[in-house]
Design a protein around this ligand. Structure first.
Ligand code: PHB
Length: 568
C-alpha cells in the first residue's frame, strides 16, 4: 500500500484513499472498471473493493458488473460547498438572466490556489468545441478570471504558481483544459504565456478592473471578465461573458459588453452585500437547529457494518459525512458544530477534519473550518451534466427487475409523449419501442400524468387543440370525457390506461417532479393485460412504481440544486 505523503499522524488513511478514488473517477469522467481503479490508485484490489463497496453503500457510486460509476448522490458534497459559498444561490439566477439577455454564455468562477474553478455556468454556446462545467478547474494564466485573481497574489502565491508550471508544463493537472495549442502559442509544445507576459496582463487587469481571454484556453473562445466584490472589497467571484470568434473578437466583445457587464456586477455586489447583512441578522436571532440533522448516522453505520462486515470502511463513511455538516448559512463551523451536525464524536470529527485539511478540501482559520472549492473535484463536473434519462436508468432497471415488466421514462413533446429511457423485458407491443419513440399523449398513461399536471387553462387549451384519435375500440376520444379522466388522474397522482393504445396492453404511470414540484417527465410500467388484474396492477405495481419515482426525484433534487439537469 503506498504511504500517504507528509500526512499528519492523525490522518485517517481510508478517508484519504476514498477521496483519491473519487478523484480518479472524476478525472475519468465518472466511470472506471475495478481493475482500472486498482491500476490508477496503486491500491490493492481488496482495498479497492472495500472502498467502492462503502461508497456504493453511501450512494456515492454505483457498481455495475466490473464498472464503477459516480452516482448523483455524490453531488451532495459539492452542494455543501456551493451552499456554504452562497454565491450560486444569490447570483445564479441573475447570471442566467444576463445570459438570456445577451444571448452569450455567462459564468461565475472562484479562485482555487493558482487556478480558477467554475461555480456557475449559464451556457449558450453554438460554435464552441467544448464548454466548461461547474467544478472544472482551469490554470489562472490561461483565463480572464485568473488575471483578476492573480492581482491579489502574494509573493508566496506567485512562487507556488511558478513551481506548478515547472512541475506540470502541459497542464495535465487540469483535465478540462485543452492542450495549449491556441493561435497565440507557437506550436503544440509551447508552454502557455511566460511569466513576464502573464504578470503584465495581471497588472493591466488590476489597473482597469477587467480582463480578457483572447483564445488562451481554447482556439475560438473569447471572454470578458469582471470581479464581483464582497462587502469588504475582496473579490468574491469573477463573472465572465464568453463568446466565440465567429461572433466577436476579444476587443469587440469588450466594446460591446463592458458597460452592460459592469452594470450587472455592480448590481450583483449589492445583492451579495444584502445577503451578507441578512445572514448577520439571522445569526443574531437565536441559533436555529442545524439544517442537516444527523438522522441516525450511528444507526446507519451500525447496520452497514452488520451487513457488509469488513467490506464496510466506517472511517471513510464518517470522514465524508463531515463534509455534509457544511452548507447554506453554515459556511464556517467550529469542531463542536461539525460533531453535532454529523453525530460523530469530537475526536472522530477532528481526525477527519485534519485529514481533509491536509488534502486541501477544508481550511482552518482560528477555530473555524470551511470547505474549499476543491470539494467540487469530487464528481461535480461530470455529474452536473448528467441528463435525466441517465439519472433514471438505474432506477428503471431496478423497477423492471422487481415487477418483471418493462419500465420507461418519457417527456411531453407537443401532442405526443417521447420515450427518453427504457428497460424492456419481454415484447408485448406490436411496435418496437425505443428511446425516441412517440405515441399520442392522450392515449398513454405517461401522457396523462403529465397532462394532468398542467394548470387547468393549459390543460383545456391542450385538449381543444387535439383531435383525439381512436387507436383501439377502447380509446377515450371525447373532449369532456378526457377532461374528466385527467381530473381523476390529477387527484390520484397516477394514471392507468387499459388497452387504449393497443389491444392487450395495460400500463400504469406516475409523474416525476423536480425540486420545485414541476412535473418534468413520467415513468410507467407496461404489461400484457393477462398478467395481472387492474386491482393487482394498482396493489402490486403502483407501490414499486412510486418507490422508483421517489428515488429518481431524490437524485434529481440533489443534482438540480445548483446545476440544471438536462431533460434528454
Ligand atoms: C467559461 O467557460 O466560462 C470561461 C472560459 C474561459 C475564460 C472565462 C470563462 O477565460
Amino acid at each position: 500500500m503506498p504511504p500517504i505523503e507528509n500526512a499528519p499522524p492523525e490522518a485517517v488513511a481510508p478517508l484519504t484513499r476514498g477521496l483519491m478514488l473519487l478523484r480518479r473517477l472524476t478525472d475519468a469522467d465518472g466511470v472506471l472498471s475495478l481493475s482500472e481503479l486498482e491500476r490508477t490508485t496503486g491500491l490493492a484490489r481488496s482495498t479497492v473493493d472495500r472502498i467502492t463497496g462503502t461508497l456504493a453503500r453511501m450512494g456515492y457510486v454505483r457498481l455495475d458488473g466490473r464498472d464503477v460509476f459516480l452516482a448523483p448522490r455524490l453531488m451532495e458534497l459539492g452542494n455543501a460547498y456551493l451552499g456554504a459559498l452562497g454565491i450560486p444561490g444569490v447570483l445564479g439566477g441573475p447570471a442566467d438572466a444576463l445570459a438570456d439577455e445577451l444571448d452569450e454564455s455567462v459564468s461565475l468562477a472562484v479562485a482555487d490556489g493558482d487556478g480558477i474553478r467554475f461555480v456557475h455556468q449559464a451556457t449558450r454556446r453554438r460554435a464552441m468545441s467544448l464548454s466548461f462545467r461547474i467544478g472544472d478547474p482551469l490554470p489562472a494564466e490561461r483565463t480572464a478570471p485568473g488575471a483578476l485573481f492573480a492581482a491579489d497574489w502574494t509573493a508566496a502565491e506567485w512562487e507556488h504558481w511558478r513551481a506548478r508550471r515547472a512541475a506540470d508544463p502541459h497542464d495535465t493537472g487540469f483535465p478540462a483544459a485543452p492542450a495549449d495549442t491556441g493561435p497565440h502559442h507557437d506550436g503544440p509544445h509551447h508552454e502557455g504565456p511566460d511569466e513576464a507576459e502573464f504578470a503584465a496582463r495581471v497588472a493591466r487587469a488590476a489597473e482597469r478592473g477587467w480582463a480578457l481571454d483572447d483564445q488562451f484556453i481554447e482556439p475560438g473562445l473569447v471572454a470578458l471578465a469582471l470581479p464581483v466584490r464582497d462587502a469588504d472589497g475582496a473579490v468574491a467571484c469573477v463573472a465572465s461573458v464568453v463568446s466565440h470568434t465567429s461572433r466577436h473578437s476579444a476587443d469587440s466583445l469588450r466594446e460591446a459588453l463592458l458597460p452592460r457587464l459592469r452594470a450587472a456586477t455592480t448590481a450583483w455586489e449589492e445583492l451579495l452585500a444584502r445577503e451578507a447583512r441578512e445572514t448577520r441578522e439571522r445569526r443574531r436571532t437565536p441559533e436555529a437547529p442545524p439544517t442537516h440533522p444527523a438522522v441516525g448516522l450511528a444507526d446507519w453505520t451500525h447496520a452497514s457494518k452488520q451487513e457488509l462486515g469488513r467490506g464496510f470502511v466506517e472511517s471513510l463513511a464518517r470522514g465524508l459525512t463531515v463534509l455534509t455538516a457544511f452548507g447554506e448559512g453554515r459556511a464556517a463551523l467550529p469542531l463542536s458544530a461539525v460533531a453535532e451536525a454529523t453525530g460523530l464524536a469530537r475526536a472522530t470529527a477532528r481526525r477527519a477534519l485534519i485529514t481533509l485539511e491536509h488534502l486541501g478540501y477544508v481550511t482552518v482559520e482560528g477555530r473555524l473550518f470551511r470547505l474549499t472549492p476543491r470539494v467540487l473535484a469530487l464528481g461535480f463536473p461530470c455529474l452536473s451534466r448528467l441528463p435525466l434519462p441517465q439519472i433514471a436508468a438505474p432506477h428503471l432497471a431496478e423497477l423492471s427487475r422487481r415487477v418483471h415488466d418493462s419500465a420507461s421514462l418519457a417527456v411531453l413533446a407537443g401532442h405526443d409523449v417521447r420515450y427518453t429511457a427504457r428497460v424492456a423485458t419481454r415484447r408485448i407491443m406490436s411496435v418496437h419501442i425505443t428511446v425516441g419513440t412517440r405515441f399520442p399523449a392522450h392515449a398513454t398513461s405517461l401522457g396523462r400524468v403529465m397532462l394532468a399536471d398542467l394548470p387547468p387553462e393549459s390543460r383545456a387549451a391542450w385538449l381543444a387543440d387535439i383531435e383525439p384519435r381512436a387507436l383501439t375500440p377502447h380509446t377515450v376520444t371525447s373532449g369532456p370525457e378526457l377532461a374528466a379522466v385527467l381530473e381523476r388522474v390529477r387527484e390520484q397522482g397516477y394514471a392507468l390506461v387499459d388497452e387504449e393504445l393497443e389491444q392487450g396492453l395495460r400500463s400504469i404511470a406516475a409523474p416525476v417532479r423536480d425540486r420545485t414540484g414541476a412535473v418534468v417527465a413520467a415513468v410507467n410500467v407496461a404489461m400484457h393485460s393477462s398478467r395481472r388484474t387492474v386491482e393487482e396492477c394498482v396493489g402490486e405495481v403502483l407501490p414499486e412504481l412510486r418507490a422508483a419515482v421517489a428515488r429518481i426525484e431524490d437524485d434529481l433534487r440533489t443534482a438540480g440544486r445548483f446545476a440544471r439537469v438536462p431533460e434528454v
